[in-house]
Design a binder for this molecule. Structure first.
Ligand code: 13P
Length: 251
């Protein structure tokens, strides 16, 4: 059975002290009844070790927001999948549109990152999603299919079944414009149908697919009630513990 997941992506926000304070608050808020979903927080690299230690005895999982496309060596400024894993983190967000757009991450680079993440026991949260210009032409399905065909659809079924997918339409990220519930459900059902074609119905039914883009406590209940939406990848609203907890409580 696939899991419901609420994952935060802090992006480039919070100093180490602020991040530890946020994780501490969230841990306290989640100390009561066990949530009805898996909870993940995606912190900057420098927070991973401290936050992982802080949440070891809680329901919170820790994720990096990126990892290198090389195993190790002379790559100044890079952080490898093995290093991420060694902090105690067990997820890594890969292929976020901000990485693709601002840091020119191609499908080839992403294939290397996904392979290294999997080889090091990290669960990739693999992002896909179209820009506004593509949505305006109603070409979003072809666009997302190409993103998947060029990357994670090349994995073996065994490896594919280890990852989580997040659909994040670029026009909905940080804009306050959420995809409508229908638009989100339609795309996630489409992605699931592609997985079924490629890897079979069982793998498709067991893959967690998240929606991301201006998801908040108000719209989460309706989004998460859709048959193909298994949770959310949350940017802005993951930066306040109370707001993030309210989204978790939508399950
Ligand atoms: P917002 O929730 O701020 O729109 O960001 C979504 C996102 O990009 C999560 O990865």
């Amino acid at each position: 059975m696939r899991k419901n997941i609420v994952a935060g992506n802090w992006k480039m926000n919070k100093t180490l002290q602020e991040g530890v304070a946020l994780a501490t608050e969230l841990k306290e808020l989640l100390a009561g009844a066990k949530p009805n979903c898996e909870v993940v927080i995606g912190t900057p690299f420098i927070h991973l070790s401290a936050v992982s230690q802080l949440v070891t005895d809680s329901v919170i999982n820790v994720s990096a927001q990126n990892c290198a496309d090389k195993e190790s060596g002379a790559y100044t400024g890079e952080v490898s999948a093995a290093m991420v894993k060694s902090t105690g983190a067990n997820f890594v967000i890969l292929g976020h549109s901000e990485r693709r757009e601002y840091y020119l991450e191609t499908s080839e680079i992403l294939n290397a990152k996904v392979a290294l993440a999997l080889a090091n026991g990290l669960t990739p949260i693999y992002c896909c999603g179209e820009p506004l210009s593509v949505r305006e032409k109603d070409a979003q399905e072809d666009f997302v299919k190409k993103q998947l065909d060029e990357t994670i659809f090349n994995l073996s079924a065994d490896n594919f079944s280890k990852l989580v997918i997040a659909y994040e339409p670029i026009w909905a990220i940080g804009t306050g414009v959420t995809a409508s519930t229908e638009q989100a459900q339609e795309m996630l059902a489409f992605i699931r149908s592609l997985i079924a074609e490629k890897f079979g119905k069982e793998v498709a039914e067991n893959t967690s697919i998240l929606y991301g883009g201006s998801c908040n406590a108000k719209n989460a209940p309706e989004l998460f009630a859709q048959p193909d939406i298994d949770g959310g990848l949350i940017g802005g609203a993951s930066l306040k513990s109370v707001d993030f907890k309210a989204i978790i409580d939508a399950f």
